[in-house]
Design a protein around this ligand. Structure first.
Ligand code: SF4
Ligand code: SF4
Ligand code: SF4
Length: 271
């Protein structure tokens, strides 16, 4: 006999336990894995929500859900149709991770003109259909974005708890540097490493700098991100323009800034 999870209450009021579903498109599925890996709090999380679809974790399937967590970017026509159906079924559609929010690492191939060449390099004699990479919001309306490559499970749980409590969801707008300073890290620039912390949205608790690695901007731009000033700092520290462009390009969150950087660099190179 399966035991129904105990209903959670808040100030004596039973919490609404939303039906949630997890879906993946073009991705490494690492964000979903983060969710199932969270053993210490998994049972608490499952008592907050009723999971009705989660291919990585269960065999049951249902189209009856309120919240759809969607991982991955869109690269094929059949994915467009499937995503539109998910949008139709869900009251709230959440983009889960950098691939879903910005195209993620996958979008790097959009920079190359010949996608057939890319396909050949990646899949050799066993090609699969895979076109230009799109973020979810380029196809459907997205209600909420959970940033990161991968997402931080603690952040997802906090967001789901807020949804269950009917509280507003607040995603940090300030940069990673604020968390990094609070964690009393030595700045990576002082150790000779580049870092996008000054322009990247916080919320990961400065995950990379805590481990002596510079930020690659997986959570996209912080509010009023001053990319030009970061470039100035990086130049003063001896880093090349290519180094910063490589980082800005990596996850797609800085596509706008990066594109303008590239055009400027190309113009400079020509002149
Ligand atoms: S955001 Fe990163 S971890 Fe998540 S699915 Fe995409 S590549 Fe994998
Ligand atoms: S290591 Fe990076 S995130 Fe930390 S203070 Fe320096 S620039 Fe900011
Ligand atoms: S430090 Fe930067 S690259 Fe690392 S997890 Fe945080 S936002 Fe992503």
């Amino acid at each position: 006999m399966t035991r129904e999870p105990e209903t959670k209450t808040y100030l004596g009021i039973p919490l609404h336990r939303p039906k949630v579903a997890f879906f993946e498109f073009t991705s490494c599925e690492g964000c979903q894995l983060q969710m199932v890996n969270n053993e210490s709090t998994l049972l608490d999380f499952l008592s907050l929500v009723e999971v009705v679809n989660f291919r990585e974790a269960m065999t049951e399937r249902s189209d009856d859900y309120e919240i759809a967590f969607v991982e991955g970017s869109i690269t094929r026509d059949d994915e467009v149709l499937r995503l539109k159906q998910i949008r139709k079924n869900a009251k709230i559609l959440v983009a889960l991770g950098s691939c879903a929010c910005f195209g993620g690492v996958n979008q790097l191939k959009n920079r190359l003109k010949n996608l057939n060449w890319v396909k050949k390099q990646v899949y050799g004699k066993h090609p699969i259909e895979s076109g230009l990479v799109r973020a979810l919001e380029e196809v459907v309306t997205v209600d909420l974005r959970i940033y990161g490559c991968p997402i931080k499970k603690e952040e997802v749980e906090k967001i789901v708890l807020h949804i269950a409590l009917g509280k507003s969801v607040v995603i940090p707008k300030f940069p990673v540097c604020m968390e990094c300073k609070a964690n009393e890290n030595i700045c990576l620039f002082d150790l000779g490493e580049p870092c996008l912390g000054p322009i990247t949205r916080a919320g990961c608790d400065s995950w990379c700098p805590n481990n002596k690695a510079g930020c690659w901007g997986c959570r996209g731009p912080a509010e009023d991100a001053n990319v030009a000033y970061l470039k100035k700092i990086m130049k003063e520290k001896g880093f090349s323009e290519d180094t910063i462009i490589e980082r800005l390009d990596c996850f797609g969150g800085f596509a706008h800034f990066s594109e303008s950087n590239k055009q400027r660099t190309q113009r400079k190179k020509k002149s």
